[in-house]
Design a protein around this ligand. Sequence first.
Ligand SMILES: NC(=O)c1ccc[n+]([C@@H]2O[C@H](COP(=O)([O-])OP(=O)(O)OC[C@H]3O[C@@H](n4cnc5c(N)ncnc54)[C@H](OP(=O)(O)O)[C@@H]3O)[C@@H](O)[C@H]2O)c1
Length: 312
Amino acid sequence: MRTRLYLAGTGNVSLNLIKLLSTENKIFSICGMENSRGQIYSESGMNGKDMDEFLRHPEEYKKNLDVKNLDFDLYVDMRTASRNGERERDDYLNMFKGGKHVVTANKSGLANFFPEIMDGSLNNEKKIYFEATVAGGLPIFSLIRGSFPSFNVTRFRGVVNLTSNFIMKKVRSGMSLNEARDIALREGVAETDMTDDLDGTDSARKAVIISNALFGQKLRLKEFNYDGIDQENIEKDTMLLADISSEGSFHAESKLFRLGMEDPFFSLDPMGMACEISFKERKPVFISENMDGPLETAGAVLSDLINLSRFL
Ligand SMILES: NC(=O)c1ccc[n+]([C@@H]2O[C@H](COP(=O)([O-])OP(=O)(O)OC[C@H]3O[C@@H](n4cnc5c(N)ncnc54)[C@H](OP(=O)(O)O)[C@@H]3O)[C@@H](O)[C@H]2O)c1
């Protein structure tokens, strides 16, 4: 019996996931999908032609089915993040109650309502995996779960927002902020609306998720102070990093840090991501990738799906 998926969102990450899933069609079938314009569902699973038709003209498929009443196994959230996370919280709680596990690339629910979502998951004995929410395709939560389950994380320091660091690199090379934004858009690094990237919200959401998932905190985005970037605060030695530590008392920051030129974060490729994770019991681990985009993020979603399907 194949694991049946419902895909919420059919943008860049979702389209890459659909391609990756085509080689995993013995394990998974896609039963439903939706975007902001339409929705399609078939209890027995859709074929490629059904999906292509829907993706070409979603507005021709009415959005009139209540997802919580549909029959499938895993809900995959690849929608645009809502501002306050309430929609995501409600959807995940409904999914758990209806017996479904959740995989999400969308950060907003977890950044705003982590405690409520985890309570819902625990009370209904359903899981939520969220590898793709932080640093796209860089494995963080699955790495800790799979490779360091017996060690205590004491510090996380990393580049978790690609767009802002890409733009800062361009500004440091002499461009204006507006020119750098245009390039980020043209090269597919950023979404059309870069507000969350530039005002620091995206990086802060990730810092909150890491604080909760790796450090056992109950933080919410609204309680978290963070910085974004603007023409004035970009200097030759600054990068936007998340720095979370339980060394001494717990503290979490997402802001521009001054780095030494020899700092490994500084030599990252413009579309690279990296983080350093420190432990109580062993020396730190540094992981990096030269390129992070929707394909890498879709890979993280697929890895969560494969890991979660073992619980069905
Ligand atoms: N791109 C990356 O590399 C990356 C990395 C890490 C995390 N993420 C996160 O992953 C998610 C997807 O990213 P993406 O790059 O694929 O974004 P995207 O290309 O902008 O796609 C977003 C999708 O969400 C759909 N959507 C928006 N509001 C909706 C609603 N109310 N109901 C149903 N669908 C709705 C959109 O519908 P329409 O097609 O109708 O507009 C679109 O299909 C985002 O939350 C993003 O922050 C992305």
